[in-house]
Every structure is written in structure tokens, then in C-alpha cells.
Design a binder for this molecule. Structure first.
Ligand code: ZN
Ligand code: ZN
Length: 205
């Protein structure tokens, strides 16, 4: 009798722990966002492809959308630039729950910074946020696609909740108005650990 009771309890325990495990797997899947790449019509397809491949190595759930025009309200005529904050606002409004959108462009983009009303930038993303944007315009011509990926992954890092990082080699380094991307090699250990909790994949930490 004692034995029967023991096995009964054991079975119940196993069933319970299995369903708990299933629940955490399901929970994880539910938290796994999809990254949408939204190219604007000016950007070359091959540049989009290279950014896509780069992101996919670290986060496989990526989908590229058909290229679109900039909404009229994002254009800043005086400087022939597009306002990054307006672009993000637009992209966020198109982004459903469980998705994050990154806009890619080769046009110049800008945002207000301190007292400067219109400051040219390489990318913008809020921490955290539903959308961000990266521009090729200010990047070095020789390796612009490699730098483009680094800007994109930096802005996506912001959307995931990562702030700027003091590590000089880390993708989350603060550009401070310059372009230090050539010195960046990877996310640092601390930033990787943060992203792994958001289901990002890294071969090594
Ligand atoms: Zn940043
Ligand atoms: Zn870092």
C-alpha cells in the first residue's frame, strides 16, 4: 500500500514538473519578439540583406518587409534630412505587440540634441522602444555595410532596454557625435547577458 502511494505521488510530481517545464518553454516563446526590418525605398537591397544576415546570427527571428516611402511629415526641408523621432513615431504606430521594427535608410537623419534643434545622426532608438532607425549616410564609404550593421544592432539593443555601455569595443558604446564603429567588435559580456535573457543567441560570451 505504501509503495502504491509512493508511486502515485512520484507520478503526480513528474506530471507537475513536466507541465511546469512546458509552461516555461511556452512563456519564453511568448516573450520572443520578431524583429521587422523596414527598408525605405532609397536603401540598396544588398545593404538590407547584409544587415539582415548580421542580425540573424544573434537573433534568428527576423523578417524583412517591402520597402516604403518616408511619410511626408518626417522630411526636414531646410537641411534635406529626415527626422529620426518622426520616423520612429511612424514605425512604432505600425508595430504590433510582440514585434520590434528597425527602419533602414541611406538618407541623412537627424534629431534634437540639447540646444541643437537639428543634429545629424547615424541612428536613433529609445530605451526600451518598439521601433528604431539606422542610416548609412554618415558612415565611411569603404566599409559602410559593416558599419551599417553595427549601427542597426546598437539601436536594436536600445529597443531591448540596453543603455550605453562604457566598454570601448562594445556595440552599445556611446558614439558621442563621432563614428567609433570600427573599434567595436561585439556586445560585451554584460550586454550579452542582458540580451540572452531576452532570447538572443550568442555562440560565446
Ligand atoms: Zn545609442
Ligand atoms: Zn556592453
Amino acid at each position: 500500500m505504501k509503495n502504491i502511494l509512493f508511486y502515485l505521488l512520484l507520478t503526480l510530481f513528474l506530471i507537475f514538473s513536466c507541465s511546469e517545464k512546458e509552461k516555461t518553454v511556452k512563456e519564453k516563446k511568448k516573450n520572443e519578439i520578431i524583429i521587422l526590418i523596414q527598408p525605405f525605398k532609397d536603401v540598396k537591397q544588398e545593404s538590407v540583406k547584409l544587415v539582415e544576415e548580421g542580425i540573424k546570427k544573434l537573433y534568428p527571428n527576423v523578417k524583412v518587409l517591402d520597402a516604403i516611402d518616408f511619410p511626408d511629415n518626417t522630411y526636414y526641408k531646410e537641411r534635406n534630412r529626415y527626422r529620426a523621432d518622426s520616423i520612429i513615431k511612424f514605425l512604432s504606430s505600425q508595430t504590433k505587440e510582440g514585434f520590434v521594427t528597425i527602419g533602414l535608410t541611406s538618407k541623412d537623419i537627424s534629431a534634437s540634441r540639447g540646444n541643437i534643434k537639428d543634429f545629424g545622426i547615424m541612428g536613433l532608438g529609445y530605451t526600451p522602444g518598439k521601433a528604431c532607425v539606422a542610416s548609412k549616410f554618415r558612415l565611411n564609404k569603404e566599409n559602410s555595410d559593416e558599419q551599417f550593421f553595427k549601427i542597426a544592432i546598437h539601436e536594436l539593443g536600445h529597443t531591448q532596454g540596453l543603455a550605453h555601455c562604457p566598454e570601448k569595443k562594445c556595440f552599445m558604446r556611446n558614439a558621442e557625435g563621432k563614428n567609433p564603429t570600427d573599434e567595436e567588435t561585439d556586445f560585451c559580456r554584460k550586454c550579452k547577458t542582458f540580451l540572452i535573457n531576452k532570447n538572443w543567441k550568442f555562440n560565446s560570451i
